[in-house]
Write a protein of this length. Structure first.
Lengths: 210, 210
């Protein structure tokens, strides 16, 4: 097993944190996004969507998309569980992870890609070129603020995003917060005290440096 | 277990088809979207995101988001498997389902919600109001066309979206094609012969009437 990743890619970081939480060590292969290495023939043969990360199995199978890579690792290395143990827990982790991904992570990504001067004509990662839409970048920022408020409400009720214990939903939420602060200058406002309390607890885990 | 759904909702249809493929019968509770019943206090107590479908368990737990509802049903009723059996198969089904969802289904939804006159100020489903962005509706249509072409390529190589057998990835793809034809007047072009061949095979399954 090898993980094709980029040090600066927040999606790659989501997988590196998951791997560190499992106590695993999967060999990393760096893809230089700055040099456009994701568009090379060699990388396209591994992942035709030309995005990182990709988990490459021994038999040549390439697994893309963060929650899917997580699922494969959890199936093959169940302990400690990061995607829930009972059917109900699995559903609740998946539901909160989905919300963190769609309302948080993907929304920050839209805000970045529809505004960054270096991504003109490349507003969506992948094999196709799309023009940026500045109004979408603006709307996405508003949506990120609503995401902060909604997750602050949630974390007033539970210690972790999906409930009583740390899960993959916390990984996506934490990486989203760091990504928003760094890439679109949207740190969590001080008034969201539950979200900030949760951030302090979770960001101190050693896996977060991965 | 009860499924809160709407007859006209393509996301609800994805779950109804899955349930029919399992040979299950889960009691349905209709939510009248035309009357705005999803915004009622009663429904918000079930799903604060105010979207359908929601699977309500006996203990009151509410499970939202289509792939999550599927996951819960598959965990509790494994046969026939629709999300894969081995770790690798599970990953491949999840990966192709994710692509059908993000590149296909969600993209058609963006095209609809950012243009429909009846959805002014409601461009994203859920508890928050967002203005429509007509340019996003246009860009999304272009993306749906690329999705058709990419999945036509894929289905030239394999009988079903995720590989050798029918899975949840086929359900999302089929519902996406029907949704695109009906809601944004984008039927699959004749030149995409593999995608059309696949559509004819899959749409004849009895579950598709669900």
């Amino acid at each position: 097993m090898k993980l094709h990743h980029a040090a600066s890619s927040p999606n790659s970081r989501r997988v590196r944190i998951f791997v560190a939480e499992k106590g695993l060590s999967i060999p990393l292969v760096a893809v230089d996004l700055g040099k456009g290495e994701q568009h090379s023939d060699a990388y396209r043969a591994i992942n035709p969507r030309r995005v990182v990360p990709t988990l490459a199995l021994e038999d040549g199978t390439a697994i893309g998309e963060v929650p899917v890579i997580w699922r494969y690792i959890e199936e093959t290395h169940p302990a400690p569980p990061l995607l829930g143990e009972t059917a109900k827990e699995k559903a609740l982790v998946a539901m909160w992870e989905w919300r963190a991904e769609v309302e948080g992570f993907a929304t920050v990504m839209d805000a970045v890609r529809n505004a960054a001067p270096g991504l003109k004509g490349r507003a969506i990662a992948g094999p196709h070129d799309y023009e940026q839409i500045p109004k979408l970048a603006e709307r996405s920022k508003l949506r990120v603020k609503n995401f902060f408020a909604d997750f602050d409400d949630r974390l007033r009720e539970t210690p972790f995003v999906a409930g009583q214990r740390f899960s993959a939903a916390d990984i996506t939420t934490l990486v989203t917060l760091d990504f928003a602060a760094k890439a679109i200058n949207l740190p969590v406002p001080d008034e969201h005290r539950s979200l900030k309390r949760w951030y302090d607890t979770v960001s101190s885990r050693s896996s977060m440096a991965a």
